[in-house]
Ligand binder design. Structure first.
Ligand SMILES: C[S@@+](CC[C@H](N)C(=O)[O-])C[C@H]1O[C@@H](n2cnc3c(N)ncnc32)[C@H](O)[C@@H]1O
Length: 227
């Protein structure tokens, strides 16, 4: 049975208010069968929901009953919390258990290294974490704190993770994402004969005619991005 709190607490309701039909669908969503909610993208973070469900379905076909899901870049934990919630639903449906790992520096974004990091957009310290607060909200997910350059190579030895079925890259900076250490994470970088393209490519919006291309620009200097 769905509680009133869950019904009213869904942020999707407010997004749905843009059209009356969608508003009604979102309002009633918690009452729908779980699979229908996947099909209609009614979970928060539907991109996580889709990928996690597909990874578990694939795992089952391969006779794997425990997998790992990784989020690179946790910040306030909105994504990690959703990942954890969705993982329980996916496990109910597929019987595949999912271990969740969230990687973050804790102190927010590192300093952008060069133009590829879009320094006019990102500033050192954005998205600082409140770790204790987040720990109270998650149940089983493990937080792995520190620079991914260091924590990723240690990860396999320390956690001996189940096969990785899901990875989200949300580190914002090219220099954080496209480094060879992070490519180790799902084995693509070191197990494939030909390296996967995503090890070396990141796509982002560049405004080449920006007058201050290499400088952070915002009205206030001490702003903290909402997390
Ligand atoms: C946009 S936030 C993540 C938001 C989160 N995925 C969500 O859905 O709410 C980006 C995060 O990446 C982290 N990050 C960036 N570079 C990193 C690095 N080299 N090592 C670890 N964490 C890093 C920052 O600390 C920041 O918290």
């Amino acid at each position: 049975m769905v509680s009133i709190k869950e019904l009213l607490g869904s942020k999707e309701i407010f997004k749905g208010l843009r059209s009356p039909t969608r508003a009604i669908i979102y309002l009633l969503a918690p009452l729908f069968p779980k699979m229908l909610r996947f099909d209609l993208d009614l979970y928060d973070y539907p991109w996580y929901a889709y990928c996690l469900l597909e990874s578990a379905k694939l795992a089952r076909r391969l006779n794997i009953f425990r997998t790992s899901a990784i989020e690179f870049g946790v910040a306030g934990g909105r994504g990690l919390i959703q990942l954890e919630k969705i993982s329980h639903i996916v496990t109910d449906i597929t019987k595949v258990k999912i271990d969740i790992y969230g990687f973050d520096l804790k102190t927010g974004l590192p300093r952008p290294k060069d133009y590829k990091d879009m320094p006019y957009n990102w500033k050192k310290g954005f998205f600082r974490m409140n770790v204790e607060n987040l720990k109270r909200k998650i149940k089983n997910a493990k937080l792995i704190l520190g620079d991914v350059k260091k924590t990723v190579p240690e990860f396999f030895k320390k956690f001996n993770p189940a096969p990785i079925g899901f990875v989200s890259f949300d580190l914002d900076l090219y220099s954080s994402t496209a480094n060879k250490k992070i490519c180790l994470i799902n084995g693509l970088g070191h197990r494939r004969i030909i390296d996967a393209a995503w090890c070396y490519q990141a796509y982002m919006l560049h405004i080449f005619n920006h007058p201050l291309y290499n400088a952070y620009v915002y009205a206030q200097d001490d702003i903290q991005m909402p997390i």
